[in-house]
Design a protein around this ligand. Structure first.
Ligand SMILES: NC(=O)c1ccc[n+]([C@@H]2O[C@H](COP(=O)([O-])OP(=O)(O)OC[C@H]3O[C@@H](n4cnc5c(N)ncnc54)[C@H](O)[C@@H]3O)[C@@H](O)[C@H]2O)c1
Length: 253
């Protein structure tokens, strides 16, 4: 469904973790709006397949840049490269993450630090790197993917939950710092989204049914359900919205 948000057509959009899951739906969704999309991911095969699947279907084929977001120098270089390839960056979607489970008793400092390098640290450094490009274009929008997981008292992922709560704090701070530059910063908190990874690792049929029973809407949420809210927060339709969080969970909370 192209052209819901005409201001996104031709806009430079950088998406982290765009190779699979929700990120892949976002790459396809922004591309369908006519945006110029670049995405960063370590999953090379899936990312290349995604680009190939969009060939001939979108006005601007997305640009894939293999990047490990735990490496901040590589992230900075990728942002510079993306800005040149897209002719500027007006939207940043901080989406990449890895929701590993970890035992309270056995977490060590190295594990904690690596978990936060995957789930939190790159959000800040991506924003820091894109800000000059957004200022040069007269403003921009940053959307960070947090999670309702940090609100659910889930004991099996303390480092991930802390990172996802941190994204909300970071959203508020960046909104305050970058608002004078007309850069808006918001966060989306997805609920239970049945991506391939979730189905493979964490959510079997029984768990999915239990989750759906807790939602007001009695259906599975799919990656595509995250696209509309993200397009909205990235576009001028939300021009006066910043420092906010949007829960997209089918009414689980
Ligand atoms: N799926 C859900 O139910 C759910 C629920 C709440 C929040 N979220 C959040 O939504 C976002 C997307 O979730 P998803 O389910 O699509 O995740 P996913 O694990 O399916 O995809 C994440 C992407 O990030 C990439 N990635 C991971 N580590 C990377 C690294 N070091 N460098 C570069 N890329 C890396 C992966 O290769 C993958 O393509 C995440 O921020 C997640 O925390 C998801």
């Amino acid at each position: 469904m192209a052209g819901r948000y005409p201001d996104l057509a031709g806009k430079g959009v950088l998406i982290t973790g765009g190779g699979s899951g929700i990120g892949a739906a976002l790459v396809a969704g922004f591309s369908a709006e006519g945006a110029r999309v670049a995405f960063l991911d370590i999953a090379e095969a899936e990312s290349r397949e995604l680009v190939a699947s969009l060939d001939g279907k979108v006005e601007h084929l997305p640009v894939y840049m293999k990047t490990d977001l735990r490496d901040i120098d590589a992230l900075r270089a990728a942002v510079t490269h993306a800005a040149a390839a897209l002719g500027g960056i007006g939207v940043l979607v901080n989406n990449a993450a890895r929701d590993d489970r970890h035992d309270f008793e056995s977490v060590e400092p190295d594990y904690w630090d690596e978990n936060h390098a995957v789930n939190l640290r790159h959000h800040f450094f991506a924003a820091q790197a894109v800000a000059p490009h957004m200022r040069a274009g007269g403003g921009g929008a940053i959307v960070g993917f947090s999670s309702i997981a940090y609100l659910l008292n889930m004991g099996e992922l303390p480092a991930y939950a802390t990172a996802k709560a941190g994204i909300v704090g970071l959203t508020k701070s960046l909104a305050g710092r970058l608002g004078p530059d007309n850069i808006r910063v918001n966060a989306i908190l997805p609920g239970m989204v049945l991506t391939e990874r979730q189905k493979r690792l964490w959510v079997d049929g029984d768990a999915a049914a239990e989750g759906i029973a807790r939602q007001c809407l009695k259906r599975s949420l799919l990656a595509e359900d995250m696209v509309g809210p993200c397009l909205f927060l990235a576009s001028d339709a939300s021009a006066a919205i910043t420092a906010q969080t949007l829960i997209v969970d089918g009414g689980m909370l």
